[in-house]
Design a protein around this ligand. Sequence first.
Ligand code: GLN
Length: 242
Amino acid sequence: MTIQPVELPETIIIGVLALQGAFVEHMHYLQRLRPQGHTIKAIPIRTLTELQQCQALVIPGGESTVISSIASHTPGLLEALIDFAQDPQRAVWGTCAGMILMADENGIGGGKKKPVKGWQGLGGLKVWRNLFGGQLESFEAQLSIPALSNPSQPFNAIFIRAPAVHSLSPELKDKVEVIAQLPEESCPHLPPSDSPLGEPNPEDLSKIWLKKGKKMVTSFHPELSGDVRIHEFFVEKCVLGR
Ligand SMILES: NC(=O)CC[C@H](N)C(=O)O
């Protein structure tokens, strides 16, 4: 099946899911971008009608259980978000809690807590919630990321109760681009392996920024870094596909 490219309007509306979490920051960063030939308008999304106006979507960091619960109590919203996340024509970026929601399945620690409903945006991604630890274990890492503009300038990646990749399905592994990884010494330890997610792949733990077609996920918070380059990447590569 070939996918027909969608004609984008001059003004591209990027929705930022605004139910909970760091959505204001994402909107500020997106509004600063000036891609060639287009204007970006970032709008907060709280209803189905607002989502229907968007060409692309950002799911912010925050608390995935809360975002999921509010979405499920808003008429038609959760189903429409899942459709949007799975539509290969639509650009969607999940950061931190947003990455958890974009996964197929998620688990926490030894797997005792109920998982959050996965939107299956990349297809084949499983994540651990909070594997890097609680709020007090938050940390920053200066990363060299060759895919960014001005790559010699490190990117300050901020991790707050961040999720880690548990595993990628073999089909996803073939299609996904791993854009950034953590050095081994910063990777989390695996929890006891009694998780309902099945056997983790320790090699996937370091993967903190993944892209498949128009979808991407980052386990950290680029909207808190003071650096717009990952937002710029999302607009150029995922939204505009250039
Ligand atoms: N900074 C974040 O987005 C944290 C995500 C949070 N630990 C969750 O499970 O939803």
